[in-house]
Ligand binder design. Structure first.
Ligand code: IMP
Length: 192
C-alpha cells in the first residue's frame, strides 16, 4: 500500500483527537471523516469494527479505519461490553456506579477493549488492544470522555479522567493503534 492519507471514520471527536496524537507520534497523519458508522449487533468489538469498516469502505471508497470499543466489567458478566455506547447514553456513569454499589475492591475489576478495523482496496484488517483496571467508587476527574471518570487503569490510583497523560500511554485505543501503526509501516514498505 502506498503512503497516503487514511481517514478515521468516527462521529466521536475525542476518539479522533486521541488517535491523531498517537499516530502522529509514529509519523502517520490521518484525516477525520466525521460520520456515524452503522453498527451491526455482535458479541464482540472485533466483529462490530470489521463490519463497520467494510460498510464505510463501500460508501467512501478510500482507505479508512473505524474503531469500536467497550467497557467490560467482570462483576456484571462483561456488561456493558458491546453495548457500552447505549449504556452510556441511557444510564451514564451515575447508573454504572449504582450497578456496582456494594461491590468490594476485589470485585471491581474491569477492562476496556478497543478494536481498530482498517479497510482498503481488497483488504480488511482488525487490531485489538486492552487496558485492565477497575471501576472507581465515585466519579473523579474532568478530562477525557465516556467512562473515563470511573475507570482506574492497573497500577494507578487515578481515573483516566484525572490523568490523560497516562491514558495516552496505556489505553486500549493506544494498544490497538500501535499494532495498526506497525502494520501500516510494513505495508508502506511493501513487506508481508
Ligand atoms: P463505540 O465504540 O462508539 O461503540 O462506543 C463505546 C462507548 O464506550 C462510548 O460511548 C464510551 O462511552 C465508551 N468508551 C469507549 N472508549 C472509551 C474511552 O477511552 N474512555 C471512556 N469511555 C470509552
Amino acid at each position: 500500500m502506498k503512503e497516503g492519507k487514511i481517514f478515521f471514520v468516527t462521529s466521536n471527536q475525542h476518539k479522533f483527537s486521541e488517535a491523531e496524537r498517537i499516530l502522529k507520534a509514529k509519523g502517520i497523519n490521518i484525516a477525520h471523516h466525521p460520520e456515524r458508522v452503522e453498527e451491526v449487533r455482535a458479541e464482540d468489538c472485533a466483529t462490530v469494527a470489521r463490519e463497520a469498516a467494510v460498510c464505510a469502505y463501500e460508501k467512501l471508497k478510500k482507505p479508512l479505519f473505524v474503531e469500536d470499543s467497550g467497557l467490560f466489567i467482570d462483576a456484571l458478566n462483561g456488561f456493558p461490553g458491546v453495548y457500552s455506547a447505549f449504556a452510556f447514553k441511557r444510564i451514564g456513569n451515575e447508573g454504572l456506579l449504582k450497578l456496582m454499589k456494594g461491590k468490594e475492591e476485589k470485585e471491581r475489576s474491569a477492562k476496556f477493549v478497543s478494536c481498530v478495523a482498517f479497510a482498503g482496496e481488497g483488504k480488511v484488517k482488525v487490531f485489538s488492544g486492552e487496558c485492565l483496571g477497575s471501576i472507581a467508587e465515585e466519579m473523579k476527574g474532568k478530562e477525557g470522555f465516556g467512562f473515563d471518570p470511573v475507570f482506574i487503569p492497573e497500577r494507578s490510583g487515578k481515573t483516566f479522567a484525572q490523568d490523560v497523560e497516562l491514558k495516552e500511554k496505556v489505553s486500549h485505543r493506544k494498544m490497538a493503534l500501535m499494532k495498526f501503526a506497525k502494520w501500516l509501516k510494513k505495508e508502506s514498505r511493501g513487506e508481508k
